[in-house]
Design a binder for this molecule. Structure first.
Ligand SMILES: [Zn+2]
Ligand SMILES: [Zn+2]
Length: 170
């Protein structure tokens, strides 16, 4: 994805997220939840979403939802909205029994945790100049091929053969 496509992608999905929020607020919360600022974040990678109820800010993981799609985006927003809903009623806003009960009511079932977090995409492909063994990495490396020599040997130092940026790397 080039920059323009990427910005476009963010814009479309942010609009979708706001639409979900409105629709879900009407459907499950009697439209009583306050307006909330939604963000799609490339940096939020360890969880699907996060909410700061006091600041009325909801952050949604971009890589996670790129991986799982719109249905899961809706699920994450709904999950975070339950936290906000509890907070607005001045109830403890963690994954309490009341949280779980509401979660069942709105059709999210018993699932509290995100689906398995997709691995961060690889950025580089290196190859050993001697045996051509290829490895994929997320950062730059300075090591040599362990198949050709058990200790570091500059003769078999991995060479960068491809930079994967723009091919799904975030
Ligand atoms: Zn939660
Ligand atoms: Zn090698």
């Amino acid at each position: 994805m080039n920059n323009k496509d990427f910005n476009n992608y963010i814009e479309i999905n942010l609009k979708l997220a706001y639409d979900f929020y409105q629709e879900l607020n009407l459907f499950y919360f009697e439209n009583k939840l306050p307006t909330c600022q939604l963000e799609l974040s490339t940096r939020l990678t360890r969880t699907a979403g996060k909410i700061w109820p006091k600041s009325r800010l909801m952050r949604l993981s971009l890589p996670y939802h790129q991986h799982y799609g719109s249905q899961e985006l809706r699920n994450t927003i709904l999950h975070e909205m339950i936290h906000l809903w509890l907070f607005e009623q001045k109830l403890p806003s963690g994954h309490t029994n009341r949280f779980r009960q509401k979660s069942e009511e709105v059709g999210l079932g018993e699932r509290i945790n995100a689906l398995p977090i997709p691995p961060r995409p690889y950025k580089y492909i290196y190859a050993c100049p001697t045996c051509c063994y290829e490895i994929r990495t997320r950062r730059k490396i300075n090591s040599s091929c362990g198949r050709c020599d058990k200790i570091y040997n500059p003769r078999h130092k991995f060479k960068l053969v491809r930079h994967l940026e723009g091919e799904g790397a975030a």
